[in-house]
Write a protein that binds this ligand. Structure first.
Ligand SMILES: N[C@@H](CCC(=O)N[C@@H](CS)C(=O)NCC(=O)O)C(=O)O
Length: 218
């Protein structure tokens, strides 16, 4: 099976998918789609993904090529196709907990600060750059406060988001921390999140997936 990702170095959803690919040691080809140059809005790219979002994963399967959309679905597909190392716990309750942490970031935090939302605020709601930064800080801080509370209440947790092993939740968290730093969120408010970030960033899979280490980094 061959895989090709269309992504952008700074995109959090591309980043979380890269982390999962790397943790599972999956080789993949890459083509940069620059959000800075609006390449995701071209007719060509919208043939691949009518939503105009990165990442897109193209997969060559026995019956032909398939285009996979939506990073949460891609990550679950990767987990099913490449079960080792497992990035979800073996028990149903554990899987619910990991998916819940991932959804807090993937459903309730990341989408509100997406490029198209910020463009709308700039162009149609008269937000200046300081108001944009406040908007992003507000939603990230609200999400991280809840996440920090959950992480600190979990007495069985080690240095990752759940239990003592890396999971899908960590793949969601690390790009969201990078985004928080870009929007100048004071991360000292979240010691558990910071500790997880340090633990994950010591792993080669996370280092290799970091935005600054991508071929399209600017
Ligand atoms: N739910 C989608 C969201 C993908 C997404 O938001 N991608 C961003 C980059 S992180 C994007 O392409 N944004 C383009 C835009 O907002 O115009 C997923 O998880 O794949």
């Amino acid at each position: 099976m061959t895989l090709k990702m269309y992504g952008f170095f700074r995109s959090g959803t591309s980043h979380r998918t890269r982390i999962v690919l790397n943790l599972k040691n999956i080789e993949y080809a890459f083509e940069g789609i620059s959000l800075a140059k609006n390449e995701h809005k071209t007719a060509d790219f919208k043939m691949k993904n009518p939503q105009g979002f990165v990442p897109v994963l193209e997969v060559d399967l026995a019956h032909g090529s398939e285009t996979l959309l939506q990073s949460p679905a891609m990550i679950e597909w990767l987990e099913e196709q490449y079960p080792e190392p497992a990035l979800l716990p073996k028990d149903a309750l554990g899987r619910e907990k990991v998916r819940a942490l991932a959804a807090m970031i993937g459903c309730d935090m990341h989408p509100i600060n997406n490029k198209r939302i910020l463009e709308y605020l700039r162009n149609s709601a008269n937000f200046d750059e300081s108001a944009i930064e406040q908007w992003c800080q507000h939603w990230i801080e609200e999400g991280f406060q809840a996440l920090e509370q959950i992480l600190s209440a979990d007495t069985e947790r080690g240095d990752y988001c759940y239990a003592n092993q890396v999971s899908i939740a960590d793949a969601y968290l690390i790009p969201q921390v990078d985004s928080a730093k870009r929007f100048k969120v004071d991360m000292h408010q979240y010691p558990n999140i910071q500790k997880i970030y340090t633990t994950c960033m010591a792993l080669p899979a996370f280092q290799k997936a970091a935005p600054q280490n991508q071929p399209d980094a600017i």
